[in-house]
Design a binder for this molecule. Structure first.
Ligand code: NDP
Length: 342
């Protein structure tokens, strides 16, 4: 079994040289009495939050992520989809398709109580169960509907809008009846948002010298909802342009993950007088909307109203470059790695 590990803790922007492949012997059978599973990994989710786990020194108390710190040279757990190749757990049988917490590797052993579910075959490509029908989708859906509490006709701003979560937030907001502007890091992404995903407007934030005045141009009547994926200056600029009783969903702060000197300092007096609500959230806090999320999303995809953007690299070896690429803006839509054919 081969798997990807970090060589050391990572401070700053990750590089491919921070990672290496390890090989270990793995028996594909379960010892009698053990309620474990062995899963052959098919697809793995590549997520920015993993960097916050890799920065840490060792104990979970030190981590800035809610997930356990990643220790150098140890297997890295990550969401993915795979096939059960051996099962000592009566809840699963050989050949079941499963989604949940696997590892950045070819195979993994999932102990009893591991976070894993059977995937219902609802006629979509397996890859959809890594992104749009998994945590990226749930984050966008719960973040937009539960945290932002939208009203039809409101003006919504989304950052990292061509990314996995961002593109879905913008699409849900359009389907709901909001006016949506997104920002992204290249002209290609901007064109995609406007031409394929139905955003009302989009701009390349890298070409703007003054984000506050750029947002004034795109929101002459102010922003009602800001879905923040990036933090720092963009959050400050959005707060400056928010309307009274505006809501900010603080989903991610990717521009701060690679730079510990960079922290958002939104104008607090603005927040008070405009009665702005800023709420950090985690998708896992919103499992109560999971069923609605799946049924609405499946319906929109089937009706051709929701575009599914997937950016798939192939082979275990591509995990480091896929991950590092998130912080360069290489990906369009959900970044994942296909480790093996089904
Ligand atoms: P994305 O698919 O959006 O990939 C990351 C994107 O962020 C890149 O493509 C890049 O796009 C942009 N980016 C990278 N570096 C910077 C920077 N310095 N400044 C501005 N933009 C940058 O990732 P996800 O959709 O998976 O995640 C989006 C955000 O949501 C992340 O912050 C993540 O941590 C967070 N998240 C939070 C969850 C929660 O439960 N709260 C769950 C899942 C994700 P571009 O070309 O536009 O720069």
């Amino acid at each position: 079994n081969r798997y990807v590990v970090t060589r050391h803790h990572i401070d700053g922007t990750p590089q491919e040289s921070d990672f290496e492949l390890k090989t270990e012997a793995l028996s594909l059978s379960i010892e009698p009495g053990k309620k474990e599973l062995i899963v052959k990994i098919l697809y793995l989710s590549i997520d920015p939050y993993q960097l916050n786990r890799m920065k840490q020194k060792s104990s979970s108390q030190e981590t800035t992520s809610s997930a356990r710190a990643v220790k150098p040279f140890e297997a890295i757990d990550a969401h993915g989809v795979g096939r059960v190749v051996a099962s000592g757990n009566p809840a699963f049988k050989e050949d079941d398709l499963v989604a949940g917490l696997l590892t950045w590797g070819e195979y993994c052993t999932v102990k009893e109580g591991g976070l894993l579910n059977k995937v219902d075959n609802i006629g979509f490509p397996i890859s959809h169960h890594v992104g749009v029908l998994a945590f990226s989708g749930l984050t966008a859906y719960a973040g937009f509907f539960e945290v932002c509490k939208p009203k039809k006709g409101e003006k919504v701003f989304v950052s990292a809008a061509a990314g996995s979560v961002g593109n879905l937030v913008g699409q849900y907001a359009k389907l709901f009846g909001c006016n949506v502007v997104g920002c992204a890091g290249s002209q290609k992404k901007v064109d995609l948002l406007k031409e394929k995903l139905g955003f009302d407007e989009a701009f390349n934030y890298k070409e703007e010298t003054d984000l506050k005045s750029a947002l004034k141009r795109y929101f002459p009547d102010g922003i009602d909802i800001y879905f923040d994926n990036v933090g720092a200056e963009m959050l400050e600029a959005a707060v400056e342009n928010m309307n009274t009783f505006g809501r900010v969903a603080v989903c991610g702060a990717i521009s701060e993950y690679t730079d510990k000197g960079k922290r958002a300092a939104p104008n607090m007096v603005d927040i008070i007088y405009k009665r702005i609500t800023m709420q950090g959230f985690l998708s896992v806090d919103h499992m109560k909307v999971y069923k609605d999320f799946i049924s609405d999303t499946v319906e929109h995809i089937r009706a051709g109203k929701l575009q599914v953007l997937e950016d798939i690299s192939h082979g275990l070896e591509s995990i480091p470059s896929a991950f590092v690429g998130l912080f360069r803006g290489d990906n369009i839509g959900k970044k994942m790695v296909q480790v093996a054919d089904d």
